[in-house]
Design a protein around this ligand. Structure first.
Ligand code: CA2
Length: 158
C-alpha cells in the first residue's frame, strides 16, 4: 500500500519567462517543461501535482487558500515575492500545509537582497541553486516527508 498525495506547485512572478530570457542565470528549460517533469516524477511516486504560475501576489495567495482540503503539501518558487511578501508567508502558515521552498538559482551567490527569504523560516526546507533540478529534489523531499508523517492517517490511499 502506497500513500498518494496531491501537491500544489506554485511559480511566482516572471517565471513564465523561463527558457525564453536570461538562460545564463535561469537555464534553458521552460516552465511547461518543468511542470511536465514534475508530473512525471509525481506519477512515478503515485502522487499528483497541480501546477500554477502567476505574476500576481493575490492570485498566488488564492491558490494557497484553495489548496486547503485538496492538497497535502505545497512546493513553491515564489520568485521575487520570496524576498518581499509577508502575505504569502502568512497564507502558507494559515493553510497549515507542509511547504518546501525551491529556487533555480543559488540565492546566496547573488545580490544581498536575495539572501533573505520570508518563506524559509516557515518551510520544511529550501533547495536553491540546481536549476530545474531544484524542483525535482524539492518534490521528492516533500513527498518523502508526507510519507514519513502520514502513516495510518488521511494521506493513505488504499
Ligand atoms: O532563482 C529563483 O528561482 C528565483 O526565485 C527567481 C526569481 C528571483 O527574483 C529570485 O530572487 C530567485 C526571478 C524569476 C525571474 O525569472 C526569469 C526567467 C527568465 C527570464 C527573466 C526572468
Amino acid at each position: 500500500v502506497t500513500s498518494s498525495f496531491n501537491i500544489l506547485v506554485l511559480h511566482g512572478p516572471n517565471l513564465n519567462l523561463l527558457g525564453l530570457r536570461e538562460p545564463e542565470i535561469y537555464g534553458s528549460t521552460t516552465l511547461a517543461e518543468i511542470d511536465t517533469m514534475l508530473a512525471r516524477v509525481a506519477g512515478s511516486l503515485e502522487c499528483q501535482v497541480s501546477c500554477f504560475q502567476s505574476n500576481h501576489e493575490g492570485a498566488l495567495l488564492d491558490a494557497i487558500h484553495g489548496a486547503r482540503g485538496d492538497c497535502q503539501g505545497i512546493l513553491i518558487n515564489a520568485g521575487a515575492y520570496t524576498h518581499t511578501s509577508l502575505a504569502l508567508r502568512d497564507g502558507l502558515v494559515g493553510v497549515g500545509l507542509p511547504v518546501v521552498e525551491v529556487h533555480l538559482s543559488n540565492l546566496y551567490k547573488r545580490e544581498v537582497f536575495r539572501h533573505h527569504s520570508h518563506i524559509a523560516p516557515i518551510a520544511l526546507g529550501q533547495i536553491s541553486g540546481f536549476g530545474a533540478e531544484s524542483y525535482r529534489l524539492g518534490l521528492q523531499a516533500l513527498i518523502h516527508h508526507l510519507r514519513e508523517t502520514s502513516a495510518g492517517s488521511a494521506g493513505m490511499a488504499g
